[in-house]
Design a protein around this ligand. Sequence first.
Ligand SMILES: Cc1cc2nc3c(=O)[nH]c(=O)nc-3n(C[C@H](O)[C@H](O)[C@H](O)COP(=O)(O)O)c2cc1C
Length: 400
Amino acid sequence: MHNRYLEINRRRKRFSGTDIRQATTLSDLQHLAQKQLPNFVYEYIAGGADDEITLRHNLDVFSKQRFSPYTLRDVSHPDTRITLFGKQAELPLAIAPTGLAGLFWPDGDMRLAEGAALAGVPMTQSTVSMSSIADVAAVPGLRHWFQLYCYGTPDIYSRLIARAQECGSETLVVTTDLPVTGNRSWDRKNYSSPKNLSLRSKLDMLLHPTWGLRMLRNRKRPNFVNLLEFLEPGKQTLQDVAHWINQHKNPGLSWKDIEYIRTLWPGKLVVKGILRPEDALIARDKGVDGIVVTNHGGRQLDQVVSPLEVLPAIRQAVQQDLTIFIDSGIRRGSDIAIALALGADAVLSGRATLYGLSAAGTAGVTQALSILRRELETTLALNGLNNVSELSPDILVPVR
Ligand SMILES: Cc1cc2nc3c(=O)[nH]c(=O)nc-3n(C[C@H](O)[C@H](O)[C@H](O)COP(=O)(O)O)c2cc1C
């Protein structure tokens, strides 16, 4: 496990208790997730593409920043709230879209949604979620955002857009950095063929009975339920849908699709997959409301720049015309502070909340978000700041 935070030695032990509220870092939650999940599931969450240079770099860029704090300022009222697309969010954060969450915990998307609603932040449901859009969007108090993979032709993906609208989704997030799937070779090693787990993976499941029993007790067989309508009745197993997805990947996706989607979607529209100022400017000119500066958490192109490195140039290019989110590597509240100081309006939480989910369902998501919140408040106070809006580049000194 790559861990830049904790020097584990004989005296310092990782958290391994059962009361999730005692877990004090995201690293604790990651450790619990790794213990509970079979290897093929953990690998799917934690792994990256090719040599995982990007995966590691995403964490390293945050650790290369140093704070330059003010002192003797009254910091008794730390305030982490922001206005996000016209509504208050308790943290400058939304939960990132992550597929297959139903394998990490039964009805994982529902649990992520409950955790998000309790913490007062939006949650983005993936196209390859294992819960229905209607069920997740109906979680009380949730600000529901829907992430679109533009599978197939516009007449196919526009049906998903229509469903998200019917279910009351507030924001549509269109992912653009997966024209083809990244080369996740570690992940592939867990399968004997694209559709079948290897014998070793099957045996490994037996070594994780808590996870297995939890999944069995749920009775529902995990599937990509939002895509079933595109398949013939009787040919709708998880493998059938995975095959359909492979056949309907859309390497021809272009800015024309974004123009078309803009005509269909009346709510807030976000493009997820921007790493260049030029592309941010095109997005703005196509009428989108926000962008996610991301490298997909190191799961797509390896040796690509990290979002944090290109963020200042992108902010400089678009000024205040777009809401800018960044993700990839957020594991501490201080990472959120750094992202905001360098020009982001908010971050997306991918693996951070998935580790909480995998460790303890809704309670784990809640714990992940409260750890991030506490750490962000502490970072603000120790920098002599009261409010996330006071974060600016002036608070940071980069180290080489
Ligand atoms: C297990 C997993 C599944 C993901 N599935 C999707 C997805 O379905 N759609 C999408 O746009 N991004 C997906 N992503 C990328 C995340 O939205 C986000 O960009 C990434 O997790 C950020 O990196 P971080 O996890 O290091 O914070 C996934 C990421 C993970 C870890």
